[in-house]
Design a protein around this ligand. Structure first.
Ligand SMILES: Cc1ncc(COP(=O)(O)O)c(C=O)c1O
Length: 380
C-alpha cells in the first residue's frame, strides 16, 4: 500500500550511495576494514571501549547471552511488551524467560519492583528493553539485583543516541544490543551492534560471531595469519562491508536526526494533549530519549481498531508496539503465565497505537495525522 504518511522513512541520500559505491569499488565485501572503522566510531559515539558489529539486533542479543555463559537451567527476567526477538534470544541459548510487568501505563519499561520479586536462585540475567528509545530506570534496576550474580543485557534496539544521567543507553549493562533494521533510527538494511565495557565479553562475542574461529578471513587476507583454530561453537553473524559503510554514513546523521525526532515528538505532544481519549505515555520521562517510537494509548481495543482503520483510509500508517509476547500462541503453549501479574502489559497491549515518526516528517504532516485522529474519535 503506498502510504501518504508511512510509519517510518529512511534518510538515505548521496552519502549512503557513495559509501556503498566505495565498498563495491574496493572489491572487498565481507567483514573487514570498513566494519572495524564502523565499530570504532560507534564505540566512541557511545563512550564505550568495545563494539562488535553483527548481522542483526537479534544476533547481538543471542551473542550477549551466549558470551555471558547463560544456558540450560538458567532463568532470564524479561518484559513481555517488546519485540519477540528480545525473548527468542533467551530460548536460543536454552534458558527460560521469566516474564515480568512494565512499570505503568505511562512508562512501558520493565518494572524494577517486579524484577526483584521474580528473582530465584536460577536467575542469571535481566533483559532491559529501552522501549521506543526511552530509558528504563537503570538505577532502580541495579538496586533490584544488587549483591547477586545477575547480569544486565540492554536491548537498546530503539535507543542509539539516547542517554540517562549523561550516560549512553547500552553502556549500563554487561552488554548493550542495537538493531539497524530498516525501520530503526539509523539503518544498514539488516544489521546490529553489541557494545560492552568487559574485555572478556568482547573477545568471546568476536569469536562467537564467526564460528568460534581465532582469526578472520580479513586477517588472513592481510597476511596477519595463515590458519586458525576453532575454540568455541560459534555462528555466522558477520555483517558485510556494505552494511558497515551504510552504518558509518547513518551514524554521522544520527545526532541531527535524533534532535529532529525530539522536536517532532514535542510537536505531536502539543497537538495530541488537547484530543480527548488520547493518553500520552513517557511525558516528562528522564532522558534525553532517542524518540524512536511515538506511542499513544486509546480507550480500548475497539476504539484502536476504528482509529487505525480511519487513519489507514487517509493514507496514514500506524502500528502496535507490541502485542505482548506471552500472548503469542508459541509462547502460550510453552509457558503457563499468570496474566494478573502482567496487568499493565496487557492493558497497554490492548489499546496502544504507534504513530508515524521519522526525521524528514513535517509539521504539516503531524497536523494532518492529529486532525485525522480527532476526526476518528468524533465519529465512532
Ligand atoms: C526491541 C527490539 N529488540 C530486538 C530487535 C531485533 O532486531 P533485528 O530486527 O535487527 O534482529 C528489534 C527489531 O525490530 C526490536 O525492536
Amino acid at each position: 500500500m503506498p502510504w501518504t504518511i508511512p510509519l517510518s522513512d529512511l534518510d538515505f541520500g548521496p552519502e549512503e550511495q557513495q559509501a556503498v559505491q566505495g565498498v563495491l569499488a574496493s572489491k572487498w565485501l565481507s567483514m573487514g576494514e570498513v566494519t572495524e572503522t564502523f565499530e570504532r566510531h560507534f564505540a566512541a559515539f557511545l563512550g564505550v571501549p568495545y563494539a562488535v558489529a553483527v548481522s542483526s539486533g537479534t544476533a547481538a542479543l543471542h551473542l550477549a547471552l551466549a558470551a555471558l555463559g547463560i544456558g540450560r537451567g538458567d532463568e532470564v527476567i524479561v518484559p513481555s511488551l517488546t519485540f519477540v526477538a528480545s525473548v527468542n534470544a533467551v530460548l536460543y541459548v536454552g534458558a527460560s524467560p521469566v516474564f515480568v510487568d512494565i512499570t505503568s501505563r505511562n512508562d512501558f519499561s520493565i518494572a524494577p519492583q517486579a524484577i526483584e520479586q521474580a528473582i530465584t536462585p536460577a536467575t542469571r540475567a535481566v533483559m532491559v528493553v529501552h522501549y521506543g528509545g526511552y530509558p528504563a530506570d537503570m538505577a532502580a534496576i541495579t538496586a533490584a539485583i544488587a549483591g547477586r550474580d545477575i547480569a544486565v543485557v540492554e536491548d537498546a534496539a530503539h535507543a542509539p543516541g539516547a542517554q540517562l544521567d549523561g550516560r549512553s543507553l547500552g553502556s549500563f549493562g554487561e552488554a548493550g544490543c542495537f538493531s539497524f533494521f530498516a525501520n530503526k533510527n539509523m539503518t544498514t538494511g539488516e544489521g546490529g551492534m553489541l557494545v560492552t565495557c568487559r574485555p572478556d565479553v568482547y573477545e568471546r562475542v568476536r569469536r562467537l560471531r564467526s564460528h568460534g574461529m581465532t582469526t578472520a578471513t580479513w586477517d588472513r587476507h592481510r597476511g596477519h595469519a595463515s590458519s586458525y583454530d576453532v575454540v568455541d561453537l560459534g555462528f555466522n553473524y558477520r555483517p558485510s562491508e556494505i552494511n558497515a559503510a551504510l552504518g558509518l554514513a547513518q551514524l554521522r546523521k544520527l545526532p541531527g536526526n535524533t534532535q529532529r525526532r525530539r522536536q517532532l515528538t514535542e510537536e505531536y505532544h502539543q497537538r495530541l494533549q488537547y484530543i480527548p481519549g488520547v493518553a500520552l505515555p513517557f511525558q516528562a520521562h528522564p532522558g534525553p530519549s532517542a524518540c524512536h517510537l511515538l506511542p499513544v494509548l486509546l480507550e480500548n481495543t475497539a476504539v484502536r481498531t476504528h482509529v487505525m482503520q480511519h487513519l489507514a483510509s487517509r493514507g496514514i500508517q500506524t502500528s502496535i508496539h507490541y502485542p505482548p509476547i506471552h500472548q503469542f500462541s508459541f509462547y502460550q503453549k510453552q509457558y503457563q503465565i499468570s496474566s494478573a501479574s502482567l496487568s499493565n502489559t496487557e492493558a497497554v497491549g490492548s489499546c496502544q497505537m504507534t504513530l508515524p515518526l521519522y526525521a524528514d516528517m513535517t509539521g504539516d504532516q503531524i497536523d494532518y495525522v492529529c486532525t485525522c485522529i480527532a476526526d476518528a474519535l468524533q465519529k465512532p
